[in-house]
Design a protein around this ligand. Structure first.
Ligand code: SF4
Ligand code: FES
Length: 250
């Protein structure tokens, strides 16, 4: 496949960026999108130029690092797929592909396609944990949680913290991410001790970080690579209202 790539290049967070066009030839349809970028970077290095910086780690759809905005969509055109699991057969020979970083004030660009997503870490630190002593590991068949609750908690726990929900949202809202983390812990017995303070503190930190408000467009869930449901946002709202109703932080 021969392609034309329009890639966002930005030296650092204080420099202005611009789209730069790169023709690339001989790409196999079986390559992943990141392997295609590896080939492009080899070409760029051979010319003695600065290679394109982009995030990745596992390349198995697990870590959530590969945050690319491809042809106007987070993680590209395939639903339920991270950028590292996207293959070039989903593009046409001769196609022009635009590649940009996540666009959100709370995710400033470090360099080229790499953004700073530490805002998510700070939201997690504000309450996305369990600090009670849960004892030793019980037998699997002795856990007093119904299958339906365990399934919901597990589904919420599949969030890989990639930030595609923020990138997809016209308001750059982090509600889907925060709701997944809140739901996961609030559904489980070990999450009850900090249930109220967790949702209050995580929502407060989300606001401090500068994420936008949720206006229920559903773009986040449509682009989430692991299928986190909007049901979690409903649960986050219920949890927040219940916590505030009895809170000392009104
Ligand atoms: S909710 Fe989905 S899109 Fe948002 S951070 Fe988690 S996995 Fe990524
Ligand atoms: S590199 Fe880990 S999810 Fe894509």
């Amino acid at each position: 496949m021969d392609l034309t790539l329009k890639v966002w290049r930005q030296k650092d967070k204080n420099s202005p960026g611009q789209m730069v066009t790169y023709p690339i030839k001989g790409i196999s349809p079986d390559m992943s999108f990141l392997e295609m970028l590896d080939v492009l970077n080899e070409d760029i290095l051979l010319r003695g130029e600065d290679p394109i910086a982009f995030d990745h780690d596992c390349r198995e759809g697990i870590c959530g690092m590969c945050s690319l905005f491809i042809n106007g969509r987070p993680h590209g055109p395939e639903r339920g797929t991270t950028t590292c699991q996207l293959h070039m057969r989903h593009f046409k020979d001769g196609e022009t592909i635009t590649i940009e970083p996540w666009r959100a004030a709370a995710f400033p660009v470090h360099k080229d396609l790499v953004v700073d997503r530490s805002a998510f870490d700070r939201i997690q630190q504000a309450g996305g944990y369990v600090s009670v002593n849960t004892g030793g590991v019980p037998d699997a068949n002795a856990i007093p949680i119904s299958k339906s609750i365990a399934d919901k908690a597990f589904d919420a726990a599949t969030c890989i913290q990639c930030g595609a929900c923020v990138a997809a949202c016209k308001n750059a809202s982090a509600m889907l991410f925060v709701s997944a983390k809140v739901s996961q812990l609030s559904l489980l017995p070990q999450g009850q001790a900090e249930r109220k303070t967790r949702v209050e503190n995580m929502v407060a930190q989300m606001d401090i970080e500068g994420f936008g408000a949720c206006t229920n467009t559903g773009a986040c869930a449509a682009e989430c690579p692991v299928g986190i449901s909007l049901e979690n946002i409903n649960m986050l709202r219920r949890e927040f209202i219940a916590a505030k109703a009895t809170s000392e932080n009104l």
